[in-house]
Design a binder for this molecule. Structure first.
Ligand code: RFL
Ligand code: PHB
Length: 391
């Protein structure tokens, strides 16, 4: 089998890339280990930058995000028992959208399948060969058990943080910069009405909490926990008590309800370089991860593949490799700004297990600086709603 661009992974990065390439008349095949149903059911991100929504709309897959998602013009930073609103619309004239990642993926898969795209779900034994030659190969076993060799001009490694693409770059030529945080997020989905009109990022004596939303009847909430915490060991009552304690103050109470999904996610920052090795290009979580406090991972994956799609468009138009050669430089500029923003939000709002009273007072000073200063809150608003995409 042959295609122009072989894409490993049908997450946001792989699917958006195949959509953008198709519009340039470039063929691709996506090879994905999971089933379509599993992809469409996995609960992950909730916040889309304005630029991400604009891109989905411009490419014909944003209709449901606009109709069923919710535009948020600000967030609340809550500390010392009081809420402080960051007014995105007033400060930077931009907003974010609450529209779950698995709904974005449903929209993308439906659009790609309707357009006749070749997506190999439930592939096994995926491996990459000859990536430093002009005809790299993705080898895999198809869902019917048949071995397949997919010859390509270029491979896009979009297989997330646990994928194989990154490991195809020899260790001697790869640098992985990591930071593991000494806490995780305990996440729940609950059948309950909204407690507040906008997201709440709460700093408290007991640690961080985030109050987010999915629909008018389903709410998403998180609280900082030990990364090894056993989510099943917590009763619903204990979870609600913990969440209520972390947002308490000025009479505010969360609306409670039946918890129907729970889990603990680790928090880490990671960047792998190079993002390009021969004819292999890494994009999205395959190359970098950020802690979810800045709500950036999916948005960063979209920004990577926009840069890559434009570079591939130039390559197929006239054989020029200049933009492909600059892919890593352009992508990494946003990656490191985003790494900083995500680390900053995380360290400002979470309580480290060894935090001293000085550290906690310093965080409160920082939160006060951000919320009481136009310059401070404008930086947060600009970064959270998303810098313009570079392409
Ligand atoms: P994905 O989504 O992990 O997709 C990779 C795909 O590759 C497949 N795969 C393979 N396929 C073939 N061969 C192999 N060997 C393979 N190994 C893996 C996988 O099955 C999968 O389908 O990576 P991608 O496309 O780079 O997208 C990244 C985003 O999913 C991720 O950054 C976000 O979910 C991060 N994130 C958030 N991002 C935001 O922009 N806004 C948010 O509000 C936000 N909230 C979050 C988040 C992530 C969270 N968790 C669970 C870590 C909240 C949470 C709790
Ligand atoms: C979510 O709704 O899942 C969500 C919102 C904001 C974040 C991370 C996750 O920073």
């Amino acid at each position: 089998m042959r295609t122009q661009v072989g894409i490993v992974g049908a997450g946001p990065a792989g699917l958006v890339l195949s959509l953008l390439l198709a519009e340039c008349g470039i063929d691709s095949v996506i090879v994905e280990t999971r089933s379509r149903a599993a992809i469409e059911e996995t609960i992950r991100a909730g916040v889309l930058e304005q630029g991400t929504v604009d891109l989905l709309v411009d490419h014909g897959v944003g209709g449901r995000a606009l109709a069923e998602g919710a535009k948020h013009d600000g967030v609340e930073l809550r500390y010392g028992g009081t809420g402080h609103r960051i007014d995105f619309a007033g400060l930077v004239g931009r907003s974010v959208w609450l529209y779950p990642q698995h709904e974005v993926l449903k929209d993308l898969i439906a659009a790609r399948v309707a357009a006749g795209a070749d997506i190999r779900f439930e592939a096994a034994d995926v491996s990459l060969r000859d990536v430093t030659t002009d005809s790299p190969v993705i080898a895999f076993t198809g869902s019917d058990g048949t071995p397949v060799e997919l010859g390509c001009d270029v491979i896009a490694g979009c297989d997330g943080s646990a994928g194989i693409s990154r490991h195809t770059i020899p260790e001697s030529e790869r640098t992985d910069l990591f930071r593991a945080y000494p806490f995780g997020w305990f996440g729940i989905l609950a059948e309950a009405p909204r407690s507040a009109p906008e997201l709440i990022y709460a700093h408290s004596q007991r640690g961080f909490a985030l109050i987010s939303t999915r629909t008018p009847d389903v709410q998403r909430m998180y609280f900082q926990c030990d990364p090894e915490e056993d989510a099943d060991a917590w009763s619903d009552d204990r979870i609600w008590q913990e969440l209520q304690a972390r947002v308490a103050g000025d009479g505010f109470r969360l609306a409670e309800g039946r918890i129907f999904q729970r889990g603990v996610v680790p928090m880490r920052s990671h960047v792998c370089t190079p993002m390009r090795y021969g004819r292999l290009f890494l994009a999205g979580d395959a190359a970098h991860t950020v802690p979810p406090t800045g709500a950036k991972g999916l948005n960063l994956a979209v920004s990577d593949v926009l840069v890559l799609a434009n570079a591939l468009d130039a390559f197929y138009a006239d054989g020029s490799t200049e933009r492909l050669a600059r892919y890593e430089e352009v992508a990494l500029r946003r990656v490191w700004r985003t790494q900083h923003f995500s680390w900053w939000m995380t360290s400002m709002l979470h309580t480290a297990p060894d935090a001293s009273p000085f550290d906690v007072r310093r965080q409160l000073g920082e939160l006060e600086s951000v919320t009481s200063s136009v310059a401070g809150s404008t930086y947060l608003a600009e970064a959270y709603t998303g810098w313009p995409f570079e392409s």
